[in-house]
Design a protein around this ligand. Structure first.
Ligand code: HEM
Length: 411
């Protein structure tokens, strides 16, 4: 902690839950220091987070509402500068945000998403077949071999992103969430990604398809006031990364929690605990998006008795919010899918609430039920204490999830 009381955030994200508890001790909203020495606020309390997320006096537009960004005092080498530079829904406010959000929400309604179920099932089966055929009982990585390709394929099918550029486009989102990267490292990946995304936009412009990228291009070209060229690019890249990174974490976090809790796994497999409850409990106790930048106070705003001065940045600590002892009185840190109250804000709340929530829930239900039904003997290939974390405090994920599949059950 700094003499001024701010908790210094660990860029490696080695133990985000321990760090969250140190912030929580200071109150539901507290001072933190980000890599690069940038001062900000972190909201760890459930009620405080609900207030901030629903309060229009908090904006997500750094250009208009982050004083240090707009007056040029923010160091361009600030490692998280990419989170302020991008142009998409997540860096817009008010009518601009509503305009951008309207362009994508239609593709992610529960009804539209349910139509993707057969495609998700086919992808899950194909990935499990591949893992099984290559593994015998040797260790396989469920992050790189299952969770990540599933999430990436599903969102890219919907967008119409060709197979050969999917991984490159996703690497932009990955570089952005790696909080050990320097701003130059992130910028060079993003530059490459922009080049590839630009080519994709041009090719879809020439040959439109029945996909979301083509719909967005049509919206842009028919009426430029609905979407600028930079926003078009930003929105496509946002959807590739938000459609992949947190879903991958939700899957790997649920699998590792279940493998550490045989009773909960048996209850899920026997149908005593619905898969949906297991997924909600992971969202609460292992929020896939952990500590998310940025919101900015449009004016001085009081939150839980503390005044956030105008123009200062605020992060929501979703991983802390789900474990808030003020609402989860009994063992808030324990994974228990049968607990009655699984309240969390892990998909956000208010006008910026996650667009992809129905899709994420559907993917998780299909993936987890298929995986564990087919491989009921699945087990970790290393001790749980040796599972390595992704180098980020923004996301809550594993860098790999090595398991042995065990004997297959054929249905
Ligand atoms: C488990 C999976 C997911 C989690 C935990 C998650 C979490 C979140 C959170 C916390 C927010 C709110 C950000 C804020 O308030 O600042 C958000 C927004 C968003 N999410 Fe997700 N997300 C997930 C999956 C997805 C998927 C599959 C998509 C599909 C493309 C998606 C697209 C978006 C978009 C576009 C926004 C921005 C909404 C806006 O600014 O209006 N997310 N997500």
């Amino acid at each position: 902690m700094r003499p001024n009381g701010a908790i210094v955030i660990d860029p490696t994200g080695a133990d985000i839950h321990e760090e969250a508890e140190r912030i929580r001790v200071l109150g539901p909203i507290a001072r933190i220091e980000l890599p690069g020495g940038v001062r900000a606020w972190s909201v760890t309390g459930y009620e405080a987070a609900r207030q901030v997320l629903a309060d229009t006096r908090f904006s997500k537009d750094p250009r208009k509402h982050w004083t240090a960004f707009s007056d040029g005092t923010l160091d361009p080498a600030f490692p998280l500068i990419g989170w302020a530079m991008m142009e998409n829904l997540t860096t817009s406010h008010g009518e601009d945000h509503a305009r951008l959000r309207r362009l994508v929400t239609g593709a992610f309604t529960t009804r539209r998403v349910e139509r993707l179920r057969p495609e998700i099932e086919r992808t899950v089966d194909r990935l499990l077949d591949a893992l099984e055929s290559e593994s015998g009982d040797a260790p396989v990585d469920l992050r790189s071999g299952f969770a990540e390709p599933l999430a990436l394929n599903v969102i890219c099918e919907l967008l119409g992103v060709p197979q050969d550029v999917r991984a490159v486009l996703f690497s932009g989102g990955e570089a952005n969430v790696d909080t050990t990267n320097t701003s130059q490292e992130t910028a060079s990946v993003i530059e490459r990604v922009h080049g590839i995304a630009g080519e994709l936009i041009e090719s879809r412009r020439e040959q439109p398809g029945n996909d979301l990228v083509s719909d967005l291009i049509r919206a842009r070209d028919e009426d430029g006031s609905r979407l600028s060229e930079a926003e078009l690019m930003g929105t496509i890249l946002l959807l590739v990364s938000t459609g992949t990174e947190p879903v991958k974490n939700l899957l790997t976090n649920t699998i590792s929690e279940l493998l550490g809790s045989p009773g909960s796994l048996a209850a899920a497999l026997e149908g005593r605990t619905p898969w949906g409850d297991t997924v909600e409990e992971t969202l609460r106790v292992q929020a896939p998006v952990a500590h998310l930048p940025f919101r900015f106070a449009v004016e001085d705003v009081e939150v839980a008795g503390t005044v956030v001065p105008r123009g200062e940045p605020v992060l929501i600590h979703y991983a802390a919010v789900g474990r808030d002892p003020a609402i989860h009185h009994r063992d808030p840190d324990v994974f228990d899918p049968d607990r009655a109250d699984k309240r969390h804000l892990s998909f956000g709340h208010g006008v910026y609430r996650c667009v992809g929530m129905p899709l994420a829930r559907l993917e998780a239900e299909v993936a987890l039920s298929s995986l564990f039904r087919r491989f009921p003997e699945l087990r970790l290939a290393v001790p749980a204490s040796r599972l390595e974390r992704q180098s980020t405090f923004i996301m809550n994920g594993l860098s790999s999830l090595p398991v042995r599949l065990g004997k297959k059950v054929t249905e």
